[in-house]
Write a protein that binds this ligand. Structure first.
Ligand SMILES: [Zn+2]
Length: 103
């Protein structure tokens, strides 16, 4: 389960102390093996470390969507997601991992 950081509006970052600014962000949540995206979520974002802080109401709304299992009928839209690896192919994976390719 992803966790979201609650923060007071406009408060400095509790992690590094830098100022935060109001933005809208996309929140991604893996649920049941599927990637879900929540668009245009109001957040306070740290200028230095990019930690995103949400108020309690926003966190509650995210948690309600998660508890409901991200029902498809509530989705605003769907989009395909491209999946990559850092390896490229199995031979490259073996080289990167320092192991022989298993056939
Ligand atoms: Zn920070």
């Amino acid at each position: 389960m992803d966790s979201f950081t609650i923060g007071a509006a406009g408060a400095p970052c509790s992690g590094c102390g830098a100022p935060t600014r109001a933005e809208h962000v996309n929140v991604t949540v893996w649920f049941g093996g599927e990637l879900n995206v929540i668009e245009e979520v109001p957040a306070w974002v740290c200028d230095r470390c990019s930690t995103e802080y949400f108020d309690a109401e926003t966190e509650s709304r995210i948690n309600r969507l998660t508890a409901a299992g991200f029902p498809r009928w509530q989705a605003a839209r769907e989009m395909p997601v491209a999946i990559f690896t850092i390896y490229g192919d199995q031979a490259a994976k073996a080289a990167v991992d320092g192991r022989e390719e298993v056939r």
